[in-house]
Design a protein around this ligand. Sequence first.
Ligand SMILES: CC(C)(COP(=O)(O)OP(=O)(O)OC[C@H]1O[C@@H](n2cnc3c(N)ncnc32)[C@H](O)[C@@H]1OP(=O)(O)O)[C@@H](O)C(=O)NCCC(=O)NCCSC(=O)C[C@](C)(O)C(=O)O
Ligand SMILES: [Mg+2]
Length: 370
Amino acid sequence: MRNAKDFFTPLAVGAPAPLREIPARPSRAIHFFDPSNAKMAAKIPAMAGQVDVLLGNLEDAVKADNKEAARQGLVDIGRATDFGPTQLWTRLNALDSPWFLDDVTTLVAEIGDKLDVVMVPKVQGAEDIHYVDRLLAQLEAKAGLQRPILVHAILETARGMANVEEICGASPRMQGISLGPADLAADRRMKTTRVGGGHPGYLVRQDPPRGADGTSQIDADRSTYQQDLWHYTIARMVDACAMHGIYAYYGPFGDITDVVACEDQFRNAFLLGCVGTWTLHPKQIEIAKRVFSPSVEDIAHAYQVKEAMGDGTGAVMVDGKMEDDASLKQCLVMVELAEQLAAIDPDLRSAYAEARAASTAIDAPDAQEK
Ligand SMILES: CC(C)(COP(=O)(O)OP(=O)(O)OC[C@H]1O[C@@H](n2cnc3c(N)ncnc32)[C@H](O)[C@@H]1OP(=O)(O)O)[C@@H](O)C(=O)NCCC(=O)NCCSC(=O)C[C@](C)(O)C(=O)O
Ligand SMILES: [Mg+2]
């Protein structure tokens, strides 16, 4: 690991200076498309401005025979499209694949000025990020790029999971981490066959009632509660990202038809601290945008607490609940996110503005200094 003094020094002569802070650009939906699929690719230019991130996927889900067509397809889309406020990302092939080197050298040279983030799959440890970091610096210098391309790691191996904190802090380029539930499940030898989401077998069961003779009635009807297979992983990923000032994302939800469970999984991730998710099909985009935008009610409450808390210290009562410095900080997380989203989304801008106006108009009659 580089020492603190040279952490922000470019890794190649002529490469752009690393960023000191990762920009908090809205990335509620990272929308995946296969640039070698002509029908899908044709839809992408019209999606610019409608989705926070468009990601040209080169790795899994692209047939081996189509890898070069996907790379070239992404170059063509990147060159021809005005993305407006939408970011352009890519998922590169894995570091040990026959395609990674050509992916990265071609994309940086051809559309490096358009690419915001490269996603690196199956990251095992900081050494993978160090390799990508240096290579990107060399390629950026060669291409004369003015701003650094950021790196996003996918958490999809047990070793990557064990090293998640060092991965997050491995380079100033680290923008974030996504959960890769399918590869991670396989690598961990989990007994699931799905791409993300829950499993009905992973549950807890209510204790058996006692019979008149005091024995346990194990055959009685008992409630079961399905548990979240991904809770530990997402929570640890969120902590590692927050500790290093980067962003955590849920990954894919493969059951495209089950929009209800998809929404639940996205919301769990949002509540736990993720800023966005992947969308694999157009029908998941609306869900992601809605779930990863704070509700108008929460924003109204957040502004109300902000107003009531004055200089931000002390304790007050708002709507019968105690609010203090720490609850204000939570509200400010929401307000900050709302302001970022309002800057790019006109519908949210007016909804949040109304929430703010309504909350500041409230005289907070039961708000009082303690
Ligand atoms: C699921 C699939 C096969 C269903 O594709 P389909 O054509 O059967 O669906 P459809 O409902 O019939 O499609 C309706 C229309 O939408 C279009 N369409 C469909 N999808 C998209 C899209 N994404 N973007 C833009 N347009 C899309 C499609 O072309 C069609 O257009 P049409 O009306 O003109 O005929 C298809 O949606 C797809 O290939 N999605 C992307 C899959 C993908 O990227 N997977 C990799 C990420 S997950 C992963 O890798 C795991 C991980 C992290 O590595 C790990 O956990 O380890
Ligand atoms: Mg994977």
